[in-house]
Design a protein around this ligand. Structure first.
Ligand SMILES: NC(=O)c1ccc[n+]([C@@H]2O[C@H](COP(=O)([O-])OP(=O)(O)OC[C@H]3O[C@@H](n4cnc5c(N)ncnc54)[C@H](OP(=O)(O)O)[C@@H]3O)[C@@H](O)[C@H]2O)c1
Length: 332
C-alpha cells in the first residue's frame, strides 16, 4: 500500500483533500511504475479541487497534473525508459501520490539524475505556457518589449527567463510593493506595480517602446491597464483568471486602436493543437533550460503528503514568495 491524496467532492480545496492508502496498479507489459519525487500545487489544481477548472476529472480522483519521478519498474515491452531514469510524469496523471503506473510510451522527457528534482517537477504546465505566450501569439523580434501582470508568479518568472533567452525585454507588473529585487533576480527588466496610471509609467520606463504583446493572468481592470501600455494593433493574451473578474477592455481600444484580446490554454495545445513531435521538441528545449538553471521558479515551502491539508491551505494564500511543492516520498 502506498499513500495518495484523493478528493471525492469539490469545495474548499484544503477541506476536500484527504490522505488515503492506495494499491498501486499492476505494471503491465507496456507500463512503467514511477516513484514520485516532487509535485507542485498550482492555481489550476486549486481550481480543479473547487470544481472551477476547464476540465474536471471523474471523482474520486488523485489531484495534481505534473511532477517528476524515478522509474521503479518497467513492463517487458518497454524500451524508451529503464529502472532508475528520472522522468517527467505524463501530463494530467494525478501526481499527489507516492507511486503511479503510466503507459511508458507517454513518457516524453527524461532528466539527468543530478540536479534539482523540484525544479524539474514543475516543467509540465508553466514553462510551456510561457513558451506558448511568447512564441505563438504575436511575432516578436529580439529587442522587442513584452508586458505581463502577475510577474512574480511561476509563469511570470518563466516568461522573464524565456524572454531573456530569446532576446526580448520584459515589463513585469505585480500587485504589491517590494518585489523589485525578486523580479530582477528572476531575470525581469522592469518591475511596476499595477494601477490605473500604469500606461504612463510604463511609457516613461521603456522610453515609449512599442509593446506588441501583453500577457494577462489577472483579468478584471488589470486587462485594461495592460491595454493602456500597448501600441495600437497590439494583442493581450489572457491565460488566467486570478482576480475572478471579467476582462475589462474599453470598446475605444478595441475599435479605434485595434487592440485584440485572445486566450491561451496549454490544455488545448496539448490535446488539440500540437503533434507529439512538436510537444517533444518544446519540452526537450525547456528541459534543457531547466537542467542548466536558466529557467527556474522560486519555491517557498515543501511538504510531505501527510501534511496535505496544510500544504493546500498554504498554496491558497496570496503574497507567497514561491511555490508550495509536495515531496510524496519524503515521509516514507
Ligand atoms: N492558460 C494556461 O494554460 C495556464 C497554464 C498555467 C498556469 N495558468 C495560470 O497562470 C496563473 C499563474 O499560475 P502560477 O502557477 O504561475 O501561479 P503562482 O506561482 O502560484 O503565483 C500566483 C500569482 O497570482 C497572483 N495573484 C493571486 N491572486 C491575485 C489577484 N486577485 N490579483 C492579482 N494577482 C493575484 C500572486 O500575487 P501575490 O504574490 O501578490 O499574491 C502571484 O503572482 C494562474 O492563473 C494559473 O491558473 C494558466
Amino acid at each position: 500500500m502506498k499513500k495518495a491524496v484523493q478528493f471525492s467532492r469539490t469545495g474548499v480545496p484544503s477541506e476536500v483533500v484527504e490522505l488515503i492508502n492506495m494499491e498501486t496498479a499492476t505494471v503491465g507489459d507496456d507500463d512503467a511504475l514511477i516513484d514520485v519525487e516532487a509535485a507542485a500545487i498550482n492555481p489550476s489544481h486549486l481550481l480543479t479541487l473547487s470544481g472551477n477548472y476547464g476540465v474536471q476529472p471523474e471523482l474520486p480522483a488523485v489531484p495534481g497534473a505534473e511532477g517528476t519521478g524515478i522509474i521503479g519498474a518497467v513492463g517487458k515491452n518497454v524500451t524508451n525508459v529503464q529502472v532508475g531514469d528520472r522522468v517527467m510524469i505524463p501530463p494530467y496523471t494525478g501526481t499527489w501520490r507516492q507511486q503511479v503506473v503510466v503507459k511508458a510510451a507517454d513518457i516524453a522527457v527524461k532528466f539527468p539524475s543530478e540536479g534539482d528534482p523540484i525544479q524539474m517537477a514543475m516543467i509540465m504546465a508553466n514553462p510551456p505556457t510561457s513558451w506558448l505566450l511568447l512564441k505563438t501569439v504575436v511575432d516578436l523580434e529580439p529587442g522587442d518589449w513584452v508586458i505581463q501582470n502577475a510577474g512574480n508568479s511561476a509563469v511570470g518568472q518563466y516568461v522573464m527567463q524565456l524572454a531573456k533567452i530569446y532576446g526580448f525585454r520584459t515589463v513585469n507588473v505585480v500587485r504589491r510593493d517590494g518585489l523589485e529585487d525578486f523580479i530582477a533576480k528572476a531575470g525581469g527588466d522592469i518591475c511596476a506595480v499595477d494601477g490605473p496610471d500604469l500606461g504612463e509609467r510604463v511609457k516613461a520606463a521603456t522610453g515609449g517602446a512599442d509593446i506588441k504583446l501583453a500577457i494577462d493572468a489577472v483579468a478584471g481592470e488589470s486587462t485594461q491597464h495592460l491595454a493602456d501600455c500597448l501600441v495600437d494593433g497590439g494583442t493581450i493574451a489572457n491565460y488566467g483568471l486570478l482576480s475572478k473578474k471579467p476582462c475589462q477592455l474599453w470598446p475605444d481600444d478595441i475599435i479605434f486602436r485595434e487592440i485584440t484580446l485572445t486566450g491561451v490554454w496549454l490544455t488545448l495545445w496539448l490535446r488539440r493543437y500540437s503533434t507529439a513531435e512538436e510537444r517533444l521538441k518544446v519540452y526537450n528545449e525547456l528541459a534543457g533550460y531547466i537542467a542548466d538553471g536558466r529557467m527556474h521558479a522560486a519555491v517557498e515551502a515543501t511538504y510531505p503528503l501527510a501534511k496535505i491539508k496544510d500544504a493546500v491551505a498554504h498554496a491558497m494564500q496570496g503574497e507567497r514568495n514561491g511555490k508550495v511543492v509536495l515531496l510524496p516520498n519524503a515521509d516514507g
